[in-house]
Design a protein around this ligand. Sequence first.
Ligand code: ADP
Ligand code: MG
Length: 741
Amino acid sequence: MDTDDEPSSSSAAAAAAAEAEAIPAEPPRIRRLEEAVVNRIAAGEVIQRPASAVKELVENSLDAAASSVSVVVKDGGLKLIQVSDNGHGIRYEDLPILCERHTTSKLSAFEDLQTIKSMGFRGEALASMTYVGHVTVTTITEGQLHGYRVSYRDGVMEHEPKPCAAVKGTQIMIENLFYNMIARRKTLQNSNDDYPKIVDLISRFAIHHTDVSFSCRKHGANRADVHTVIASSRLDSIRAVYGASVARDLMEIAVSDDNPARSIFKMEGLISNANYIAKKTTMILFINGRLVECTALKRAIEVVYAATLPKASKPFIYMSIDLPSEHVDVNMHPTKREVGLLNQESLIDTIQNAIESKLMNSNTTRIFQIQAVNLSSANQFNSRKDTDCNTSTPAIKSQKVPVNKMVRTDSRDPFGRLHAYWQDGPCSQDEKKSDLVSVRNAVRSRRNPKESADLSSIHELLSEIDSNTHSGLLDVVKNCTYIGLADDVFALLQHNTLLYLVNVVNVSKELMYQQVIRRFAHFNAIQLSEPAPLQDLLMMALKEEDLESPADENDDLKQKIAEMNTELLKQKAEMLEEYFCINIDQDGNLMRLPVILDQHTPDMDRLPEFLLSLGNDVDWENEKECFQTVSAVLGNFYAVHPPFLPNPSEDGIQYYKKNVDKMPTDEDAQNRLTNSGKEEDVDHELLAEAETAWAQREWTIQHVLFPSMRLFLKPPKSLATNGTFIQVASLEKLYRIFERC
Ligand code: ADP
Ligand code: MG
């Protein structure tokens, strides 16, 4: 409870009431809210903004089997929203209760919810609108000579329905939305008005319902901002709404699953190819005919795009998913915007895989023209030890390539098909000496348009990854279900009837390593917010390594090492930048790092350690070993390590008690644990920071690491034996045990 000298406004009211009754200690009285207040509160939840009113009205029109829906909006919907349709209309007898709460023609028993096909079912939308706006309905049913018009307030008719002339269907007009909710009206007026949202909404409906014509315009405008006619194909309607440039870059996709153990669904849609460029994802999703949002699915698709296509473009997705209606919970969200799905995870998985293979196999993926390539210098690296070089591969001359030899690129095969056309030089030992400069020149000369490098050492590293893959683990990785984190390092996975503990640090290390090799010379950049001076960071790392010795002992030596390492990295800067997007400027500052997995940045607390290891652990002599070790060092840096701050949700909480500046002794810990009820002892700022770091990590593991792992990780055999994957239980056995209990 609040103290007397610092009353909050609510407790002030309570205090005043208490004083009036002269019994200060008594709790405040609980009263029943007036019906009108209850209704208005509920209405404000269902109709959150003008766009949500439009959505409800359009859905009603579609439920009424309309083939034409037109929307007129004034002042972003606050002054007027008018939706007219040519649907079946509303019976005269139903008009009196039309706008009462919970009156609907679509649902009669709760069980019907399981199989409901219509978009509405709660009978709340129209009623809600009458509590927060002025509603007028004009409607005519089949076979009638005239229609009726009637206005509503607070759920009831304001007058008897008046006969009037009407065209087939229903027109519903909402005026002065939120006239009685001043705060809501103000925020809506202040924020950008809702008209663009409404246009977006109608566009989405238009794409899905190709058998309905839609229009949407501002009141008084001659031209509609969305206008579609009944279209012969979905692509036509996309062309009409989003323009030819979008429609051109789309490809059809369809996938289904009917395995009850996994998921049952059918999906069809259109997705953008590699030529499509946009900063924001457009995701138009219909599930069982409902326009909904599904953040998890959207994210999962973005991950596939980011990982599969070299450019950082966001996709355009239209997707219609049909599931057995009993697998969808439509009644989860007040505005029905989100739905709950049974087996969501495996459904998302199947869709991810379908999109991935579509992107990789489609003929419409980005076409690169091979530029004139300086083969002579590059060939020095292409000479291989293996004897199969220069055998069956069709050779092309190093000159300009005819259009029919254009090649595609994809991420599994990041060199596109270039190597197929590669003319290998003679396999002479003499020419095997490493000459990074000439390779670099060769690579640079063919990077226009941006093309992946084509170095045989990278080929070799890639095929080593392939040949070293453990097929059993691959199956586990591809088809597992993520259950959750078991502790700071292990996550729990289910695969068929088996449970596995997986060391996320190890798998992420491997995944990052493989991705570096795959994206070699083809990274997007993470720009550091400020230049990071190598020497200082190296010094930090060296000191950390050597915590035992007194503060300044050996400092001179460390300084020397830091200097030398800085020099070394500066010397290698050009190569690091070119192939790994590790950018170091002339003054020895780190400026940029590569994006290895989209949406994932390394833990910057590990930057000193990373730089030290880049200086110490890389083999700079041999090309292949050099690439391999740099990739491994990067992999280690980007891996999903536990944050440095101890996990506050476990015993680690003791580290956030004030005055604890070193590791507590057992006894201390014991004392602190027993004192843990005292809140003021805790360093809240640090605790909050730690909580954020751990929560972010958990999110990354579930939403970035595991989805990407499913797509890209080829688990090496070592992971089966080094404790990275541990089979913990067989569900069958567990079930048997439970059965006996
Ligand atoms: P719900 O759609 O959940 O049933 P609403 O409040 O949106 O609830 O609508 C109540 C009822 O009014 C609907 O069940 C339907 O019978 C009728 N109705 C609403 N809009 C229309 C329309 N445009 N055409 C025909 N009937 C409509
Ligand atoms: Mg409705």
